[in-house]
Ligand binder design. Structure first.
Ligand SMILES: Nc1ncnc2c1ncn2[C@@H]1O[C@H](COP(=O)(O)OP(=O)(O)OP(=O)(O)O)[C@@H](O)[C@H]1O
Length: 291
């Protein structure tokens, strides 16, 4: 179990903002932080990593205290077992992919993990290339591998996919899920993309003005009423066409287009670009906007 209680006064655009959060995260879970820009998500990750000092608070990771401001315990960032991936890849440009990974090894650490990560994240063909010769998605795969070299207890991903196109995002999401499960790691992901949050996370924390305003299973957090269905997918509305008295709604689910017949009352609040939940009971799909 990871227990986090942090307080810090931040200087937001609108004045002072008190960040005050309390989170309990089970080991091995993938948790997302979702919220508007400036809500405090990155500051939370930076405080857990020890890169930003909390005014008061405690962080306990599997019974080990990383931070306790009342007793003066504050582990240095390098003493906290954390892997971090940012939106910008921060790879060393003068080193090859493999050298970037080897450089991340701890002193006397077995090099086997680098070989293993190259295999798992399928970097064999790229390992001798320099970062400048890689696409954004490939660079982010390298950054993900590098974050895992020291076998961290917590993997932190600060919007790692936001600069990538949809197809590449989906591929990277799958790599993240693969390593998350394979290494039984606890992962904290910041994401602005509801479909991504629903696909990836066990729990979402919705952050607003430095506070957790909602938390729980992502489908329950994002949908206003409970939907039960034989299958459920999330997607994005690409097109809405009226045909006689019904509407044909085209939804992009992953990289597939699905056409759904909807009635006027179902599409009243839905516009192109909205994230939606597509659920089916028997052969009758239900369409519901995700808030
Ligand atoms: N070291 C600091 N001291 C005081 N205030 C800070 C500090 N770092 C960030 N802030 C402020 O805290 C607020 C929250 O920033 P933060 O980057 O945590 O938000 P965020 O939710 O991650 O936003 P985004 O989604 O845009 O990345 C911002 O207004 C920022 O200016």
């Amino acid at each position: 179990m990871i227990q986090i209680a942090l307080q810090k006064k931040l200087s937001a655009a609108t004045g002072e903002m008190l960040l005050d959060i309390n989170m309990q995260i089970e080991q091995g879970k993938l948790v997302t932080l979702y919220g508007s820009s400036g809500a405090g998500k990155t500051s939370i990750l930076r405080m857990i990593a020890g890169l930003l000092q909390a005014d008061t608070g405690t962080i306990t990771v599997h019974q080990k205290t990383w931070l306790n401001t009342s007793t003066g315990i504050c582990l240095k960032p390098q003493q906290r077992k954390i892997g971090f991936v940012f939106q910008d890849y921060a790879l060393f440009p003068n080193m090859t992919v493999k050298e970037n990974l080897l450089f991340a090894l701890e002193k006397n650490q077995d090099k086997q993990i680098v070989k293993e990560l190259i295999e798992i994240i399928e970097l064999e063909d790229l390992q001798n290339r320099k970062p400048n010769n890689l696409s954004g998605g490939q660079k982010q795969r390298v950054a993900l591998a590098r974050a895992l070299v020291r076998k961290p207890e917590i993997l932190m991903l600060d919007e790692p996919l936001s600069a990538l196109d949809k197809k590449m995002r989906i591929k990277l999401q799958d790599y993240i899920l693969k390593v998350h499960k394979k290494f039984n790691i606890t992962t904290l992901l910041i994401s602005h993309d509801i479909s991504e949050v629903i696909k990836m996370s066990d729990t979402v924390f919705m952050i607003e003005n430095g506070k957790i305003i909602q938390q729980g299973n992502p489908i329950e957090v994002f949908t206003t009423k409970k939907v039960s269905g034989k299958f459920q997918f999330t997607g994005e509305v690409i097109d809405i066409k009226k045909e006689d008295v019904i509407y044909i709604v085209t939804v992009l689910i992953g990289t597939n287009f699905v056409k759904i017949i909807a009635e006027e009352n179902e599409i009243q609040t839905i516009t192109i670009g909205d994230p939606v939940l597509v659920a089916s009971k028997a052969f009758n799909p239900l369409l519901q906007k995700i808030n």
